[in-house]
Design a protein around this ligand. Structure first.
Ligand SMILES: CC(C)(COP(=O)(O)OP(=O)(O)OC[C@H]1O[C@@H](n2cnc3c(N)ncnc32)[C@H](O)[C@@H]1OP(=O)(O)O)[C@@H](O)C(=O)NCCC(=O)NCCS
Length: 194
């Protein structure tokens, strides 16, 4: 579990705590509520399209597609014995390329306060600890916040097959010699693209 060191500074009082942890099956309902509470624009950017069945998406993330090479991190705020999900990051690896695709979101009220960077750092640490050597994501060209976050985290920006989208890549470890097709796209994991 990642304890965010600046949690008290961010929340402004000593009774709140923010941490990042791996989501489990028991988190399906809370993750679905979190997705449902995102603004239209944040949700559209997160899923790169219009989605509505949040329970199914959360179930797919945490139960149906649960495999050793996939994980979801959630950022959680604990306050007065209550817990609220305020951000998430999903990761899935393509076993042919050894590259992982990720998607990330932070609830609207917490954006631009460094939580996206903290989630992305935690995701990279987890990917490295699992031995995965690369990470990539895609976002709409209009998504300045995500582009800024990716650049700040050391991702290189590249073209995508989709003209509306840019791709960002980062090498985490040196790949084994026999891995071919390092730019082969992994299956799109995070929902429809309208
Ligand atoms: C992208 C997202 C995860 C970033 O999370 P966050 O908590 O806001 O990220 P951070 O606060 O760590 O960093 C955001 C950076 O964007 C910058 N930023 C914010 N608005 C910006 C804008 N309009 N143009 C350029 N940069 C902008 C911030 O200044 C900050 O950079 P800084 O730390 O150098 O000042 C969040 O905005 C989000 O959830 N968006 C909706 C979902 C989404 O777009 N997901 C990405 C697709 S997978």
């Amino acid at each position: 579990m990642f304890i965010i060191p600046w949690s008290e500074g961010m929340t402004g009082n000593g009774t709140s705590r923010l941490h990042i942890r791996t989501a489990a099956e028991r988190d399906v309902d809370r993750l679905a509520e979190y997705f449902a509470a995102l603004s239209f624009s944040s949700r559209h950017n997160r899923f790169m399209g219009t989605v509505s069945d949040f329970s199914r998406i959360a179930f797919d993330c945490l139960v149906r597609n649960r495999k050793p090479d996939r994980f979801t991190l959630i950022a959680e705020m604990q306050h007065d014995a209550r817990e609220a999900v305020i951000g998430e990051a999903c990761y899935a690896v393509d076993n042919h390329t050894g590259l992982g695709e990720f998607a990330i979101s932070v609830c609207d009220g917490w954006q631009n306060r460094g939580l996206g960077s903290a989630l992305l750092s935690a995701l990279q640490s987890r990917a490295v600890s699992l031995g995965y050597f690369g990470l990539f994501g895609e976002t709409f060209k209009t998504n300045d916040q995500m582009k800024s976050l990716a650049r700040k985290a050391g991702f290189a920006v590249a073209r995508s097959d989709d003209w509306r989208v840019i791709r960002f890549d980062k090498r985490l470890l040196d790949p084994p010699r026999d891995v071919a097709g390092a730019r082969r796209p992994a299956p799109s994991l995070w929902g429809p693209r309208a």
